[in-house]
Structure formats: structure tokens, C-alpha cells
Design a protein around this ligand. Structure first.
Ligand SMILES: [Zn+2]
Length: 240
């Protein structure tokens, strides 16, 4: 078989040569996929309009020598508010950049695909973007193997006061000095992080996270992500 179909979300694209574009997808069927759209920079190209970042598309692809070649594109869904609204755009850019680093080629991961598509749809359609954003991170980190320990300290105590990424989560007062990367965690934020690991996206879209809590939650998530995955995001250098 020298061709196949994929359903994918476009993570990024870059120009190669004079007329071609290399498109990176997160696919439902084969993890991350890079494929070339030939002549897609010509104004007449019918494909070009559909191969924009964040679009959900179905593609017919030929197996090529260096890169596989996109032969046909069907546009399934666009997320116009993710492009138009600057806060949504900045937050979704971080998510998409992370996915591009963390998911490998030919690494079929339907759960991550479902989470990304659900998150993008929700961020496009609903107003509570802080809540949807936190839902994504708590669940994405767990899906790639890094679940925060939030219910008790390493020693078993349930009264916890600080968070340490290197120790995998919360610590009690007595154990706090075992780690050199402790940060304080408020009761509100601890409760929130626990809840977001258990609720569904349909619940997250109904909740709101006020900006003062969002900053603290985000700080813990970024800290934990960088420690465990070593992934630093360019898009995070721009403040939201
Ligand atoms: Zn302890």
C-alpha cells in the first residue's frame, strides 16, 4: 500500500524550497506526522487554505522517499476564535508547541488526540479559558506519564504545605527540607489541581478560575512540566 488516510490537527507548518510546505500534524492514527504539501504556496493551490495551523483535516497521503506527500485535503473543522482572540491564541500556541515536542512520530496516542481536539474546541466555543487550559495541562501531563501526587506527602501524611516537582508533588512540613525546589501551595490551588484530575472537560467548561489563582496554578504546572519533561516552550516567553 503506497498511500493512507489520516485525521489530524495541524500543529505547525514551515516553508521548504521555493513552493513547498512541510506540515506537522497530530493525527488520530499515527501520532505526530510530518508531510509535504507540494506547491502549496502558489496562490492557486486549493490545498493551501485548508492547511492552516489549528485546522482539523482529513488527508490522503502518499508514501514518499524523504517525506510523505499530501495528495488531498478535506477541511473538517476550523477554530476561528483561537486565531482572532489574542489570549486564546497565546494559550493554544503553548499547548500545540508542547504536543509537538512530547508526541513522537508513529506513536499512536488516541487519548492525547482526543484531549487536544476537545481542548481546542472548548477554548474556541466557551469563555472559561483559564479553566479549560488548566484541565488540559493536568490531564496531558498525566497522559504522558507525569501525574502529580496531590493526596498525601511521600511519608504518608495528609497534611501538606508545600509542592516539590522533584519529589513528584506535595510534601508535609517535616519533609519539606528534603527537597531544594519547594514552592508554597495554597489550599485553594491544591483542591483545584486535585479536582481537575478527576473532572471531565464538560465540567471544566462550566467552571471559572479567577486570575489570581490561575497564576499560582500555572506556576506549579510549568515548574512540574519543565522538571519532568525538560520541555521549555518559546510561546511561554510571551506573557498572557
Ligand atoms: Zn512528609
Amino acid at each position: 500500500m503506497n498511500s493512507y488516510y489520516i485525521t489530524g490537527i495541524i500543529l505547525s507548518r514551515e516553508n521548504i524550497g521555493e513552493k513547498d510546505r512541510l506540515v506537522v500534524f497530530l493525527t488520530r492514527e499515527r501520532g505526530k506526522l510530518r508531510a509535504v504539501a507540494r506547491s502549496s504556496r502558489k496562490i492557486s493551490s486549493k490545498m493551501a487554505g485548508s492547511l492552516e495551523p489549528f485546522n482539523l483535516v482529513r488527508c490522503w497521503i502518499h508514501i514518499g522517499k524523504t517525506f510523505d506527500i499530501i495528495k488531498g485535503v478535506e477541511l473538517i473543522k476550523t477554530f476561528p476564535n483561537l486565531i482572532k482572540d489574542i489570549k486564546r491564541y497565546l494559550l493554544v500556541s503553548r499547548i500545540v508547541e508542547f504536543i509537538q515536542y512530547v508526541v513522537q512520530e508513529n506513536d499512536e496516542n488516541p487519548e492525547i488526540f482526543k484531549l487536544l481536539l476537545g481542548t481546542m474546541s472548548a477554548m474556541n466555543d466557551y469563555g472559561n479559558i483559564n479553566s479549560i487550559y488548566v484541565f488540559f495541562w493536568v490531564n496531558a501531563l498525566a497522559l504522558v506519564g507525569y501525574k502529580m501526587r496531590l493526596d498525601r506527602c511521600l511519608c504518608g501524611k495528609r497534611e501538606v504545605t508545600v509542592f516539590s516537582s522533584s519529589m513528584g508533588g506535595v510534601l508535609c512540613d517535616d519533609c519539606a527540607d528534603k527537597a531544594d525546589d519547594v514552592i508554597s501551595i495554597s489550599g485553594h490551588v491544591l483542591t483545584l489541581l486535585k479536582e481537575y484530575g478527576n473532572i471531565k472537560l464538560s465540567e471544566a467548561i462550566k467552571r471559572e478560575i479567577p486570575q489570581y489563582l490561575f497564576g499560582e496554578v500555572e506556576n506549579i504546572i510549568i515548574n512540574f512540566r519543565i522538571y519532568h519533561t525538560n520541555i521549555r516552550l518559546k510561546s511561554e516567553e510571551v506573557n498572557v
